[in-house]
Each structure stands twice: as C-alpha cells, then as structure tokens.
Design a protein around this ligand. Sequence first.
Ligand SMILES: Nc1ncnc2c1ncn2[C@@H]1O[C@H](COP(=O)(O)OP(=O)(O)OP(=O)(O)O)[C@@H](O)[C@H]1O
Length: 203
Amino acid sequence: MLFSASLDVSNVWIERSDRDLCRDLSFTLRAGEVLRVLGDNGAGKSSLLKVVAGAMTPLEGRIMFNGQDVTSHRALLQQSMVYIGHGAGLKSMLTIEENLLSYCPATSPEQMQSVLDILDLANHQETYVKALSAGQSRRVALARLWLSQCPLWLLDEPFASLDVSGVAVVESKIQQHINEGGMVLLTTHQALSSVVTRDLVLS
Ligand SMILES: Nc1ncnc2c1ncn2[C@@H]1O[C@H](COP(=O)(O)OP(=O)(O)OP(=O)(O)O)[C@@H](O)[C@H]1O
C-alpha cells in the first residue's frame, strides 16, 4: 500500500498539573518521515502524543491532517491513525487473535498467521493475553500497526520491554512503513539503529 498524508501541528499549548509542558509548539510531519520526540522524564512527550491522538485536549493549538482541521473533528484522524500508548490497549480475557481481530476485523487467516510468525508468537495464537509477558504483550499491541493500514503511527515508547529481535522487527516495520509513504511520530529514549529520524526536543 502507498500512502500520502500530512500532519501539521501549530501553536500547541499543553498544561498539566498547573505546569506548561509546551507553549506555541509547532511541527510538521510529511509522508515518509519519522519524527522522534525527545526530552527528559516528565518533559511532556507522552502528553504531546496524547494530544495528537485526541486523548487529551490542549489549551490552544491546531491540528491539521491532510490539510483539514481535525482539532475538533477527531473522527477524521481516528480512522487514519494507530496510537499505541504505554498501556498495550489489549483485553486480557481475550486471546491474541481475538484481540487483533477486535481492532482489525478484516484480517485474513493468512495475514494473521504471517504477523504472528514475524512476531514469534505463532505458538501463542490461542493464548489469553493475561498469560503473556510484558514483551509479548507489547509485540501483540504493535502487530496492530501493520494490520491496520493506517498512514499515521503514534508510538509512545514502542521499544519498551522488547528484546533485541523485537526491536529489530519493529524498526524494520517502521522503515517499510515510511518507504510506503507512511508517517511515524514516536517517543523513545533510545537511538534507532537503522531508521533515519528527525528530532523534536521538549525541554
Ligand atoms: N494523569 C496525569 N495527571 C496529571 N499530571 C500528569 C499525568 N500524567 C502525567 N502528568 C504530568 O505531566 C508531565 C508530563 O508527563 P508525560 O508523561 O507527558 O512526560 P514524558 O516526557 O512522557 O515522561 P517520561 O519520559 O517519564 O515517560 C509530568 O510532569 C507529569 O507529572
């Protein structure tokens, strides 16, 4: 699939616990780009992602997607993005397959098998998510990315809990996504070894 999308965030002001996390923050994201949000613990990286995802409302600012103002019309953006926050967003009483189908109902059995193989979860297809390790749960959460066919990925610490092979799989999927014109906004405290990023530093 080839994507063509753009994100323009302008003059965002985010306040939390009576503290300004950012004021007048603007940035753009274009097809084929990865923007890495950096900053110390508590700087506001997760909050910024939540604002773009529509899970938090900024005091001021505008978010444009494909040239359309989605600041107060989040539905337009929701159908074009996948947001993976700190929590895996999985239902613990469902199996891996049931969880993925609840997000991506059009997934074919072949696609499901391929994703589980890539993530080294093929033997856990029927396992309930409550019985997975933190890294395995993270892998399931991230599998939504390449089943969803959405241009915009918002990833809060996507490599947390992943082992070396998990990090390599996710980096290669990010590279594939941007090669196809996708966009990635992510927070991470670690350098990406194979993907070129632009950096946005919150202080
Ligand atoms: N649920 C909340 N209610 C009130 N304040 C919060 C909440 N979550 C975070 N904060 C505050 O907002 C600020 C920014 O938090 P945020 O999680 O966005 O930072 P971060 O840069 O992602 O941090 P980290 O690198 O530790 O993950 C912090 O000062 C924190 O105390």
